[in-house]
Design a protein around this ligand. Structure first.
Ligand code: CP
Length: 308
């Protein structure tokens, strides 16, 4: 089995390595219930975040602390790191690799994690690169589907919302190509439909997909509804487009009535208004459980890249 080093994009994972990651992740659930471990004692993780985050940064940091490691961090790095003085990403990485054993990077440009990996001697973990990808989120999403539904082969998933800009939905679509008999439904407002690169990749890998307008009819056909936020920050001055996209597909108690009893609703979060809070108490609302799985997945990734 190839060892894991940089984590840049969902396509890099084979089904075997995902099985291995999920096996370690299950062990990490036990580690957390025993109040942690010291396997990464004195190892240092740097979190470099050029875009806002709650879940990804704090779950990576919690993961490192749970394993006995240390954390150095810069959030709002556009403002509070030397990027504000004009330092390039590559130079920043060349410096931080001398301070840390692993670098977790969130950046506003698609392809930035790959650029960082090209100059880094320590593992780069892509924590979201603009509208590009968010592979550690996709891993926790697939882990959540396995845990909640009990299988991945034959799974039917509706990806809903901002599919053009949604890096989590893009990475999840890539990752689901590793499983047999998967069917994807894309439900997105006209101006943020799933991009052609993903559709071409799915076709090349024999994964069935349909583009649908009617969320209610799709809800009754799937095991997983993966709702996403319309990303205001990617629309620039196209405010009218944003307003038209927002509010088109809302999951509320009425839409939930068409979802099967054993299906689940997921969301990478944060949400704005695309899932009514009245849905939160429905046992099929899996999005907070999904976010908590992020700590276990990230503990597994940190152990695997640092022990490679
Ligand atoms: N899901 C996710 O990436 O959330 P944050 O932006 O809060 O990290």
């Amino acid at each position: 089995m190839d060892s894991l080093f940089h984590v840049i994009e969902a396509q890099q994972f084979s089904r075997d390595i995902m099985d291995e990651i999920f096996g370690v992740t299950r062990e990490m659930e036990n580690v957390v219930s025993r109040y942690g471990s010291n396997i990464l004692n004195r190892r240092i993780m740097a979190t470099l975040f050029y875009e806002p985050s709650t879940r990804t940064r704090l779950s990576f940091e919690a993961a490192m602390y749970r394993l006995g490691g240390e954390v150095i961090t810069t959030e709002s790095a556009r403002e509070f790191s030397s990027a504000a003085k004009g330092e390039t990403l590559e130079d920043t990485i060349r410096i931080v690799e001398g301070y840390a054993d692993v670098i977790v990077l969130r950046h506003y440009e698609s392809g930035s994690a790959r650029r960082a990996a090209e100059v880094s001697r320590v593992p780069i973990l892509n924590a979201g690169d603009g509208p590009g990808q968010h592979p550690t989120q996709a891993l926790l999403d697939v882990y959540t589907i396995q845990k909640e539904i009990g299988r991945l082969d034959g799974i039917h998933v509706a990806l809903v919302g901002d599919l053009a800009n949604g890096r989590t939905a893009r990475s999840l679509a890539y990752l689901l190509t590793k499983y047999e008999g998967v069917k994807l439904y894309f439900v997105a407002p006209e101006m943020v439909r799933m991009r052609d690169d993903i559709k071409a990749y799915l076709t090349e890998h024999g994964v069935a997909f349909e583009e649908e307008d009617d969320l209610m009819s799709v809800m009754s056909k799937v095991d997983v509804v993966y709702q996403t936020r319309i990303q205001r920050e990617r629309f620039g001055d196209r405010i009218q487009d944003y307003e038209r996209a927002r509010g088109k597909y809302i999951i509320d108690v009425e839409t939930m009535s068409t979802l099967s009893e054993n299906a689940i609703v997921m969301h990478p979060l944060p949400r704005v208004d695309e899932i009514d809070p009245a849905v939160d108490t429905d046992p099929r609302a899996a999005y907070f459980r999904q976010a908590h799985n992020g700590v276990f997945i990230r503990m597994a990734l940190l152990q695997m890249v640092l022990e490679a």
